[in-house]
Design a protein around this ligand. Structure first.
Ligand code: DAT
Length: 174
């Protein structure tokens, strides 16, 4: 039996833009696997040092890549992370950068318990479109797409569009 080829999808963007919400629902609808890189690092303790300024462990990017390599090679994985330039470019067939308006993002992050510098820096990250620019540098521009992620209607529309893209990709590649 020939195994169906399936695409890998990267969901990236500033913390709080809605990657996890979209990724988990997308996995349910498509049958693709969902990988939250933050959770993966936590489970495997894939850290290298401690960031005193932000009071959080520093991701060991090489170990994350090693850990995921085989799974990504098989295809059919949705990866969720607030950074994107350390993954091998060849892993992903499409990259989505979720975008949220400042005021919206501010209240979401406040609700998550972020305060002070951490809150300011993350909102600023979104204002300066840092992750979008990182994605445009790291991947072919034509596979990088921005998705508005402000309200529930955005979530529904994003889901529909990506589900359709996956179906089309499967037809074209099998
Ligand atoms: P991320 O994984 O990017 O950090 P999340 O999925 O945890 O973000 O979402 C952060 C919060 O925002 C969470 O309370 C759910 C909410 N949210 C996500 N997508 C949304 C949308 N399209 N409309 C309204 N709220 C949304």
């Amino acid at each position: 039996m020939k195994i169906m080829k399936r695409p890998n999808i990267l969901l990236t963007g500033t913390p709080g833009v809605g990657k996890t919400t979209l990724g988990k629902e997308l996995a349910q609808r498509t049958g693709l696997a969902y990988v939250n890189v933050g959770d993966l690092a936590q489970e495997g303790q894939l850290f290298d040092g401690f960031d005193e300024e932000y009071q959080c462990p520093v991701l060991d990017e090489d170990r994350v890549v090693d850990e995921l390599e085989d799974k990504m090679g098989d295809g059919g994985v949705i990866v969720d992370y607030h950074g994107c330039d350390f993954f091998p470019e060849r892993w992903f067939q499409i990259v989505f950068v979720l975008r949220t308006d400042n005021t919206n993002l501010y209240s979401r992050l406040e609700g998550r318990g972020y305060t002070g510098k951490k809150l300011q820096d993350n909102v600023q990250c979104e204002i300066f479109q840092t992750i979008y620019e990182e994605a445009m540098e790291a991947y072919k521009e034509e596979i990088v797409h921005q998705l508005p992620s402000n309200e529930p209607e955005d979530l529904d529309r994003n889901l529909e569009q990506i589900v359709q893209w996956v179906e089309q990709w499967m037809k074209d590649n099998n």
